[in-house]
Ligand binder design. Structure first.
Ligand code: UDP
Ligand code: MG
Length: 155
């Protein structure tokens, strides 16, 4: 089953929205396989945002990701990468649809509460960047039969 890396950014932690976002994840039926608080530094942010290091907003983005600890999550589910990206909404909170995390809680293009992997390749790299194998618990909760129909599980 697919996994994705989600980061609850300082804009989520500082505004006391950790519980709100985790509720949405659990209410949707997404399984949490890893969860930890981390203080990010410039080294890991340069790797994580390597596609943005040359952009003019990178120094501010980097600073905004270090103002408080973050919560890193490994999430599991069928198509969870796309499912969670659609729950997060458009990058700029002002463009994000109501009902999405950013569309409900962000007015910013930078302070947009969550990071979410955007492809299977980036999910693998990002999970390995933020978690060691013994911090990931690939368990099957007892309510699993309520989450999916047999149809969903046939691939
Ligand atoms: N970002 C920014 N200004 C921009 C574009 C992006 O500050 O013009 C920040 C924003 O916090 C965003 C992050 O850089 O979440 C990563 O950008 P990306 O394009 O990967 O968006 P995402 O995948 O987070 O929607
Ligand atoms: Mg991205």
């Amino acid at each position: 089953m697919e996994q994705t890396l989600v980061i609850l950014k300082p804009s989520c932690v500082e505004r006391c929205l950790i519980g709100e976002v985790i509720s949405r994840i659990q209410n949707r039926g997404i399984i949490i396989c890893g969860m930890k608080m981390m203080q990010l530094d410039e080294k890991i942010l340069r790797e994580h945002y390597s596609h943005l290091v040359d952009r003019p907003f990178f120094p501010e983005l980097c600073a905004s990701m270090m103002v408080s600890p973050v919560i890193c999550l490994v999430l599991k589910g069928i198509d969870v990468i796309n499912v969670f990206r659609s729950m997060a909404g458009a990058t700029n909170g002002r463009n994000a649809a109501p009902g999405t995390i950013r569309g409900d809680f962000s007015m910013s293009g930078q302070a947009n509460l969550v990071h979410a992997s955007d492809s299977p390749e980036s999910a693998k790299t990002e999970i390995e960047r933020f978690f060691s194998p013994n911090e990931i618990f690939d368990y099957t909760p007892s309510y699993f039969p309520l989450l999916y129909a047999n149809d969903d599980l046939v691939k």
